[in-house]
Design a protein around this ligand. Structure first.
Ligand SMILES: *Cc1c(COP(=O)(O)O)cnc(C)c1O
Length: 275
């Protein structure tokens, strides 16, 4: 029965959100002056958590939520309680997207940003699928870069990033490129200096902005999770993805991971073996 435990969790979500938002503001205040003064967006990562917790967070003022499995996102975003209680909700898709799931993702109500475009082929599939939907607005997308080069992480190699962004801008009129995203290596020890994955995403943006002649303030950086979001903000993150610190530990033991196919198991971010 999740009822009893959710009652205490409900009490906790408002406080946890407030604490996270305070830590965000403290980190913003510590940023060097030369960083673009962008207020970071908090994406509350609700994967594996029930819709009641999403609604509770929404009632405490949170508007942007993230999910990493297409099926789970579609179910939550289409849930009648979510649709009626959370009219201004915005969903970010932050998981690995497989081509056969693109149409399903495009059907998600209130889809705001797809953070994980990682190939030209996927970009074209998403572009034509969004076009067919006939939405008046372009779909915002980020390019996921595998900054750590680990096999367990999705995303495209850093050397291919600029070509993909140029392709998005030139050939995908239904999509709006808004930034770069990375997951990065887990467990970086900050006493050894800034996180190299975050530094790499930062310098990739420098390169990109120089090449495209656009101001850095127009290209977001999605980096930072529960364990390191303050550091990520200090080194330039504009979009942090925080799950555990808001909603509590995830329990993957109760039900099988909602994988869309077996290859989704490649990187169940936040599963215990990752930490
Ligand atoms: C699960 C997940 C997060 C949130 O992780 P926490 O450690 O719970 O904050 C962030 N980003 C991605 C891509 C995720 O899959």
């Amino acid at each position: 029965m999740w009822r009893a435990s959710s009652m205490s969790a409900d009490l906790g979500i408002g406080l946890a959100l407030r604490a996270v938002n305070e830590r965000v503001q403290q980190a913003v205040a510590r940023r060097p002056q030369d960083l673009p003064a962008i207020q970071p967006r908090l994406v509350a990562v609700s994967k594996t958590k029930p819709v009641e917790m999403v609604i509770e967070a929404y009632n405490h003022g949170q508007r942007t939520f993230g999910e990493n499995y297409v099926q789970e996102l579609l179910e939550k975003a289409s849930n009648p309680k979510i649709l009626s209680s959370c009219p201004d909700i915005k969903w970010h898709f932050i998981g690995h997207l497989q081509k056969q799931n693109v149409n399903k993702l495009m059907a998600v109500p209130n889809l705001s940003v797809l953070e994980t475009v990682s190939s030209v082929k996927l970009a074209e599939r998403v572009n034509s699928s969004w076009q067919k939907k006939g939405s008046p607005e372009r779909l915002k997308v980020m390019v996921q870069v595998n900054t750590s080069g680990e096999d367990s992480k999705h995303g495209l190699p850093p050397s291919e990033m600029i070509a993909l962004v140029e392709h998005l801008n030139a050939k995908c009129p239904s999509l709006e490129f808004v930034g770069l995203m990375t997951i990065g290596r887990f467990g970086h020890d900050l006493s050894q200096g800034p996180n190299p994955d975050f530094q790499m995403l930062w310098s990739l943006r420098e390169e990109l902005c120089e090449k495209l002649q656009v101001p850095a303030g127009q290209v977001e950086l999605s980096m930072g999770m529960s364990s390191d979001f303050q550091h990520a903000i200090e080194v330039g993150s504009t979009n942090i993805r925080v799950g555990t610190t808001i909603f509590g530990e995830r329990d993957y033991s109760k039900k099988p991971i909602l994988n869309d196919t077996t290859t989704e198991l490649k990187a169940p971010v936040g599963a215990t073996q990752e930490h």
